[in-house]
Design a protein around this ligand. Structure first.
Ligand code: PMP
Length: 383
C-alpha cells in the first residue's frame, strides 16, 4: 500500500540533491575549519559559502549576520538568552506570543526564574497576535519580544511587519522563530525589520542537527555556549560541516523553488480543507487565509487526536495531532488552548503538513481515510 507522509512540520526527508551536494563532507571531510593548513581552509570556505546561501534565503544584509547552530531550539535559546543577558542595562522584561514553541517559552521562563519579568501576549481565535495588547504591554524595559513567523500547529502567519513596528517604537529587539515558515513563504528580514530570526535546516529539507540564527548588524549578544570561539564567538564548538553545507544547499534550492512549490502545495491544501470539512462536526483550526501553503489543521468533536493518528497509520498515512515536540504528554496543546478551545475540543485535533512527496492524486485516499477514521472512532466514543 502506498505510504502517504503528512507530517512535514515534524520531520522532513533530506532532499536527495542536498545529500549529493553534502555527502562528500561527511565521507571524505575537508579538515577542521579552524585549522590553518589548506585542508582546514577548504572547510572554512564551505561554511562561508553556506552562510551566503542562507543569508540569501531571508534577504539578510550580509552573510556575516548568520550564525550556525545545532537547530531551531539552540537558535531560539541563543537569541533570547544571549540578547537578554547582553543587554541587561536596557531592561529585564520579556514578551512572547502565547502560541510560541516551547523552545521559545522555556528559555524565557528560565530567565524569569533569574529575575526577569516574562508575560505572554494573547492571540485571537485564528491565532493572530493581539496587536493592541502588544502595544499596551511593551515598555522601554522590554528587551526581547518573540513572535513566530508562522505557527507549526495551526499554520497561521503573523503580521510580522506590523509587530516589528510596534516593538521598535518602544526600542526593544524582535526575535522571530521562522522554523515553520522558512522555505514555505518568502521571508525578508530587512523589509520586516527583524532583529533576530531562527531557522532550522531540516525544516527546509536539509540535514537534521543544524540550524541558524540571523542577527541583525549591530545587535549584540552574549554567547550561551562558550568555548573555542567559533561562529564569531557566539557558538563555540567544531563546526558540523556536513550539516552546514547541506543547510546552505537546502536554502539555495528553497529560494529557487519556493514560489512554484508553495503554489502547488497550496492547491492540494485548499482541496483537502474543502473535502475534510464535509465531515460532520469538523472544524478548521488557525486562520482561513493567512496560513502556510502546506498546512491544513482541523479538530473533530467527540474524538481524540491520538486515536486519529493511530487509525490513520493503519492506512499508511502519517499525520500529527499537534506539536510533535510535546506529543510525549497527553496534555492538550497550549496553542489550541490559546486560540480559545476548551480542553475537550483541543484533544480532537489533526494536523496535515504537506511536502515534496505529496500530490493532488493522493487527496481521495486521504479524505476517505479521515472520514472512515472519524466515523469509526465516533462509533466507539462514549461521548
Ligand atoms: N520552533 C518551531 C516553530 C518548531 O516547530 C520546532 C520543532 N520543529 C522548533 C522550534 C524546534 O526545532 P528543533 O527541535 O529542531 O530544535
Amino acid at each position: 500500500m502506498e505510504n502517504i507522509y503528512l507530517d512535514h512540520a515534524a520531520w522532513l526527508p533530506v532532499d536527495t540533491r542536498v545529500l549529493k551536494f553534502a555527502e562528500g563532507f561527511l565521507k571524505n571531510g575537508v579538515g577542521n575549519a579552524s585549522a590553518l593548513y589548506s585542508f582546514g581552509l577548504a572547510g572554512k570556505k564551505v561554511i562561508e559559502e553556506a552562510r551566503e546561501k542562507v543569508a540569501k534565503l531571508i534577504n539578510a544584509e550580509s552573510e556575516n549576520c548568520i550564525v550556525f547552530t545545532s537547530g531551531a531550539t539552540e537558535s531560539n535559546n541563543l537569541a533570547i538568552k544571549g540578547t537578554a543577558l547582553r543587554n541587561i542595562k536596557k531592561g529585564k522584561k520579556l514578551k512572547a506570543s502565547s502560541i510560541e514553541h516551547i523552545s521559545v517559552l522555556n528559555p524565557m521562563k528560565e530567565l524569569q526564574k533569574n529575575g526577569y519579568e516574562f508575560n505572554t501576549i494573547s492571540v485571537d481565535s485564528t491565532g493572530i497576535l493581539n496587536l493592541d495588547e502588544l502595544e499596551r504591554s511593551l515598555t522601554k524595559e522590554t528587551v526581547v519580544t518573540s513572535v513566530m513567523y508562522a505557527n507549526n500547529e495551526i499554520g497561521t502567519i503573523e503580521p510580522i511587519r506590523e509587530i516589528s513596528e510596534i516593538v521598535h517604537k518602544k526600542g526593544g529587539y524582535l526575535h522571530v522563530d521562522a522554523t515553520a515558515a522558512a522555505g514555505r513563504i518568502p521571508i525578508d528580514v530587512q523589509n520586516d525589520r527583524i532583529d533576530l530570526l531562527t531557522l532550522s535546516s531540516n525544516d527546509i529539507y536539509g540535514p537534521q542537527g543544524t540550524g541558524a540564527l540571523y542577527i541583525k548588524k549591530g545587535v549584540k549578544l552574549q554567547s550561551v555556549l562558550p568555548g573555542g570561539g567559533q561562529e564569531r564567538g557566539l557558538r563555540s564548538g567544531t563546526e558540523n560541516l556536513f550539516g552546514i553545507a547541506g543547510m546552505g544547499e537546502a536554502a539555495r534550492i528553497a529560494k529557487n523553488e519556493i514560489a512554484q512549490e508553495s503554489e502547488r502545495l497550496g492547491k492540494i491544501r485548499d482541496k483537502l480543507i474543502i473535502e475534510i470539512l464535509r465531515i460532520d462536526e469538523s472544524f478548521l483550526t488557525g486562520h482561513p487565509t493567512q496560513r502556510l501553503p502546506h498546512h491544513a489543521s482541523f479538530r473533530f468533536s467527540r474524538i481524540e487526536g491520538e486515536s486519529i493518528l493511530l487509525n490513520m497509520d493503519m492506512y499508511n498515512i502519517q499525520v500529527s495531532t499537534g506539536s510533535a515536540c510535546s506529543s510525549k504528554t497527553l496534555e492538550p496543546s497550549h496553542v489550541l488552548l490559546a486560540i480559545g478551545l476548551k480542553h475537550e475540543e483541543a484533544h480532537g485535533s489533526m494536523v496535515l503538513t504537506l511536502g515534496h512527496s505529496n500530490s493532488i492524486e493522493q487527496i481521495p485516499k486521504i479524505t476517505k481515510a479521515v472520514k472512515e477514521t472519524v466515523e469509526r472512532l465516533r462509533g466507539l466514543s462514549p461521548l
